[in-house]
Ligand binder design. Structure first.
Ligand SMILES: Cc1ncc(COP(=O)(O)O)c(C=O)c1O
Length: 377
């Protein structure tokens, strides 16, 4: 059994993908070819934003967004410690300071009430200037944007939605990538909409930001190629990746429906025995991961081992919250600073999740987990 079965997906659309790749090879516009701009239009339409600027990865999407907002030394950017390193890495890379805020126990997303306290504390200390918030839509579930946007407005902070995992998620009819001032996503192969290599995109309704992002992704280009008006980078997506993503977008709504159906089956079978990620009313997850909580790390190890013995892969996202990573030791956080993130990191594990998982596999996974739980009790 595969944790994420990309081969199966390829087999279902092989002729279309092969043809799309061949078309790019034939026309030869490997950099910024027509498929790149076609993809941007399709992505903006899908997410309901005015502009989409494609780029080289979800990491660069975050980095370029912070660069467009001129965030750097002396600035505080509030984010969650329960995420992939990229979210906070880019803040520190630009010389700004990540200020971590603990998460909500049942959604695993940044806790808006703690966010407000953290901003107040930062302001009263006066060492850093609060500039931005990066909420993460963890495992595909959008963060609590109604509250986060109110806080952002109150303190005049830019909100950058890290929607790397949540393309396809939504709150009511508003899609992930469209919250806050800027939304960023990733097309890393394992993501809900994944390419065959690295890629990402940035979404906004602000024409000035979109213009800056287009310049930043091309070495700070001005009106012509050798007219550089700011420091930028090579942040472009390859035309071949755009061509692949255009084909994958055609099956994306169906795949998203299949992910949701699988998540529903998992929840129905397992929620009596394990805590599953809570999806609030009127929220929809893109189900990048289906994650559950064991009672403690010992129980988690036992469950993961029993699954592994039956050939079922699992993963832990994330075994160590970012405030305890060596990369952020300069920030002087300690064990106990973010108890919810720390406790969840000890207990969480993710089950196989992809649109081609069948009922037999789901039942087998759930039976093993339930048996494991009954044996422990
Ligand atoms: C929450 C989050 N942010 C950012 C990224 C970075 O995306 P990429 O791998 O495309 O650079 C990831 C990728 O795993 C992610 O999960």
């Amino acid at each position: 059994m595969q944790f994420i079965d990309l081969k199966h997906q390829y087999q279902t659309i092989q002729p279309q993908i092969d043809q799309a790749i061949q078309k790019v090879i034939n026309h030869g516009q490997y950099i910024q070819g027509p498929e790149v701009f076609e993809l941007e239009v399709k992505l903006a339409t899908y997410s309901g934003t005015k502009y989409c600027v494609s780029c080289s990865s979800g990491t660069d999407a975050l980095l370029m967004s912070l660069m467009a907002k001129k965030i750097g030394l002396g600035d505080a950017v509030f984010t969650t410690p329960f995420t992939f390193i990229a979210t906070a890495e880019v803040i520190q890379l630009l010389g700004a300071t990540p200020v971590f805020v603990d998460i909500i126990e049942d959604t695993f997303n940044i806790d808006p009430s703690k966010l407000k306290t953290a901003i107040d504390d930062c302001q009263s200390k006066g060492e850093l200037i609060p500039k931005a918030i990066i909420p993460v839509d963890i495992f595909g579930l959008p963060a609590e944007y109604e509250m986060i946007e109110k806080i952002g407005n109150k303190f005049d902070l830019c909100i950058i939605e890290d929607a790397a995992q949540s393309f396809g998620g939504k709150i009511k009819n508003k899609k992930a990538c469209s919250f806050g001032d800027i939304g960023t996503t990733s097309f890393f192969p394992a993501k809900p909409l994944g390419g065959y290599g690295d890629g990402g995109a940035i979404f906004t309704n602000d024409s000035e930001i979109a213009e800056k992002l287009i310049s930043i992704r091309n070495h700070g280009q001005g009106k012509s190629k050798y007219n550089n008006i700011r420091i930028g980078l090579n942040g472009r997506i390859d035309t071949i990746q755009a061509a692949i993503l255009l084909e994958k977008m055609k099956i994306f709504p169906k795949e998203l429906g299949q992910r949701n159906a699988i998540a529903k089956k998992y929840s129905q079978n397992l929620s009596e025995y394990f805590t599953c990620q809570h999806v609030p009313e009127e929220y929809e997850s893109a189900w990048a991961q289906f994650s559950i909580l064991a009672l403690n790390s010992k129980e988690r190890s036992r469950c993961m081992k029993n699954l592994k013995d039956s050939g079922i892969p699992t993963a832990i996202y994330y075994p160590k919250p970012l405030h305890l990573q060596k990369a952020f030791s300069n920030l002087d956080y300690e064990v106990g600073d973010f108890p919810v993130s720390e406790s969840i990191s000890q207990r969480i594990f993710s089950l196989p999740m992809h649109p081609y998982l069948n009922d037999k596999d789901i039942n087998l996974i759930c039976d093993i987990l339930i048996r494991c739980k009954e044996l422990i009790q």
